[in-house]
Ligand binder design. Structure first.
Ligand SMILES: NC(=O)C1=CN([C@@H]2O[C@H](COP(=O)(O)OP(=O)(O)OC[C@H]3O[C@@H](n4cnc5c(N)ncnc54)[C@H](OP(=O)(O)O)[C@@H]3O)[C@@H](O)[C@H]2O)C=CC1
Ligand SMILES: O=C(O)[C@@H]1CCC=N1
Length: 277
């Protein structure tokens, strides 16, 4: 992929751009970005990453090999109307939009090689957990190029397109659940008398250590949990409180609601009534 254009310059576009630039996958000067109105945001991305801006005549869209769709889902219909006259038929499309189907993108932009992906914001440090599905116009060469690009921002799992709703609920939104947990742990730790910087440091290391144990030992999460849980000890007391507080039900419901919302984002009802978002 020689030339990449990001349509949308928000937090997800920046996470992916940052990851790609850090890995050196693509020369930053071959990465172009455009948004709706926020000029200062474009200048910030340009100066931070050494990338280029799409010019007023949008000629970079016409010569792009890959166009990354990175606006909010509710804006995609307007965006597709605006950019489709400029896109050449050989350009591949990579979407990071939650809920928006490949069929919707095909209907807005025509027949292109399309990859629908769901990264997460840890892309910024090369640690995304990304799901991706391809349409049948994607050749094996283009597929390999897109997988290489996505691998430069973390791990990639190719999934059935319909499963991307669940992937969105799990790993797309997932960092927010972990941050929410970190917030709750920190509040509780401070209430128990630990100062904030110490609590923060202990929490970060605990999350990192547990994640590394899961990856490196290959043990079941339940087995690792049991290793921590001494009979009659502190962990057992803590876990009992979590269970009594409906921990399992809350997590189950969290994923169900997020998955349902992903489906709604892509539905026609949403298209007709963007204000419902
Ligand atoms: N944030 C996350 O953790 C994740 C987000 N996603 C997906 O990424 C997408 C972007 O999310 P996020 O980065 O958080 O959103 P942001 O609101 O941060 O960014 C949206 C961007 O789209 C631009 N935009 C809006 N309309 C147009 C237009 N007509 N033409 C060009 N650009 C336009 C905005 O420009 P302007 O500011 O000028 O209006 C802005 O740069 C969403 O679809 C989301 O589902 C996927 C995985 C994780
Ligand atoms: O909250 C959202 O809709 C987006 C998609 C996944 C993460 N953020």
């Amino acid at each position: 992929m020689e030339k990449i254009v990001f349509v949308g310059a928000g937090s997800m576009a920046e996470a992916v751009i940052s990851g790609i630039c850090k890995q050196g996958t693509i020369n930053p000067s071959h990465i172009y970005v455009m948004n709706r109105a926020d000029e200062s945001r474009l200048q910030l991305l340009k100066s931070t990453y050494g990338i280029s801006l799409v010019s007023a005549d949008k000629s970079e869209l016409t010569s792009a090999d890959l166009i990354v769709m990175a606006t909010k889902p509710k804006d995609v219909y307007t965006v597709m109307e605006q950019i489709s006259p400029f896109i050449n038929e050989h350009a591949a499309i990579l979407s990071v939009l939650a809920g928006i189907s490949i069929a919707t993108i095909e209907s807005g932009l025509g027949k292109h090689a399309i990859a629908r992906s769901m990264p997460n914001t840890s892309a910024a440090i090369g640690k995304s957990a990304t799901g991706v599905a391809f349409n049948c116009s994607v050749t094996s060469e283009v597929k390999q190029e897109i997988l290489t690009l996505l691998s430069s921002i973390g791990i990639v799992a190719e999934v059935e397109e319909d499963d991307l709703h669940a992937v969105t609920a799990l790993s797309g939104s997932g960092p927010a659940y972990i941050y929410y947990l970190a917030e709750a742990l920190e509040t509780a730790a401070m209430h128990a008398g630990i100062d904030q910087p110490t609590a923060r440091n202990l929490i970060i290391q605990t999350i990192e250590g547990a994640a590394s144990m899961l990856r490196q030992t290959n043990e079941e999460p339940a087995a690792l949990r049991e290793n921590v849980t001494s009979p009659g000890g502190t962990t057992e007391a803590g876990l009992r409180a979590l269970t009594a507080g409906g921990f399992h039900e809350a997590v189950f419901s969290c994923i169900q609601h997020a998955e349902k919302r992903s489906r709604e984002l892509g539905s026609d009802t949403f298209k007709e009534s963007p204000s419902s978002s």
